[in-house]
Write a protein that binds this ligand. Structure first.
Ligand code: PMV
Length: 317
């Protein structure tokens, strides 16, 4: 028997950064994300009766899906999440897990949100079937996925997801269909993983102030989007990612993902905004890449800006 599922990634405009103590991936502050159907992971679970343990292998490449080369550490983390779901269902089947992304591996693009969401969906289907149990609802699946990768819980909802403590839901906001671009700055494996970033940030003595700032911005951003105030949404999202990256500099030991190239491109983007009094929303995750979100009516701007960035040597997808 084979069970398949796929799930999109998401990009946070108000960032989840810092976790409550324990292993539950409970965020210290609420976050808001936009779901990215253009960055998807597909997972296949194949029953492998009699095998000693679950194993991972790349999913054969088709329909634009590219198999990742998962490190042993990443495979172990993935299979541990499957084990967690099997235990919950009392499922004693063994599986071969296959996965692939529809975006290139090694681009530095985070795939943990889409891959853990897809694995959770496939594992829940497989374990429900193997144990004759009803399939749990999406909310339950999202919380289960959160235990494997925090940000993956937002990938169960679209186009906007709001996550606070153990509650994650879709939130109705204008701008339901946005155009997404990523400027790839550095495609190497990150030296500081997002888990480690959460750990160091959570230890900052003035973390409580960060929670207040992030949640005030969350309120303001929701208001700005509801009021159709794109310029304000741009200002808030820039303040937000810069705030998160400033925290990284304050950690012990301190670290940074923003490179000279990221800074140079950010400057170009802000100049563009100044000249046009319009532009894309700009954000960065725990990495050097820059994510842009445009309104559907900005398609021509998106094409032109992409062209201009490419002509300056940037890699835009
Ligand atoms: O889900 P994690 O542990 O990979 O954390 C993701 C953290 C950020 O991408 C930096 C922010 C976010 O809210 O997605």
């Amino acid at each position: 028997m084979t069970w398949t599922a796929s799930a999109p990634s998401n990009i946070a405009l108000i960032k989840y950064m810092g976790k409550a103590p324990g292993n539950q991936n409970i965020p210290l502050n609420a976050s808001l994300s936009y779901t990215l159907p253009n960055l998807t992971t597909a997972v296949e679970l194949i029953a492998n009766p009699g095998a000693d343990s679950d194993t991972w292998e790349p999913l054969s490449e088709k329909d634009g899906f590219i198999a990742p080369q998962l490190s042993i550490q990443a495979q172990t983390r993935f299979l541990k999440h499957l084990e967690r779901i099997k235990l919950l269902f009392n499922c004693d089947e063994t599986f071969v897990v296959r996965s692939a992304n529809n975006f290139p591996h090694g681009t530095g693009l985070a795939s943990s949100a889409s891959s853990f969401a897809a694995l959770t969906k496939a594992a829940v289907l497989a374990c429900s079937a193997c144990t004759n149990t009803p399939t749990p609802d999406i909310s339950y699946q999202a919380n289960l996925s959160r235990l494997g990768s925090g940000s993956s819980c937002r990938s169960f909802f679209e186009p906007w997801a709001l996550w606070e403590n153990e509650k994650v839901n879709a939130i109705k906001l204008p701008f339901e269909r946005l155009i997404h671009q990523v400027i790839l700055i550095d495609t190497h494996e990150k030296e500081v993983s997002s888990s480690e970033a959460h750990r160091r940030v959570s230890q900052l003595p003035d973390y409580p102030d960060r929670k207040v700032r992030a949640e005030a911005r969350l309120h303001d951003l929701i208001q700005a989007l509801k009021n159709d105030n794109w310029t304000e949404a741009y200002q808030i999202t820039v303040d937000e990612f810069e705030d998160m990256h400033a925290l990284f500099n304050q950690c012990t030991p301190s670290f940074s993902y923003i490179t000279d190239k990221s800074r140079e491109i950010l400057e170009t983007l802000h100049e563009y905004w100044q000249a046009a009094q319009d532009g894309p929303l700009i954000t960065m995750d725990a990495g050097p890449n820059i994510h842009l979100l445009y309104r559907p009516t900005q398609q021509e701007m998106a094409d032109n800006l992409k062209h201009e960035l490419i002509s300056r040597g940037a890699h835009v997808i």
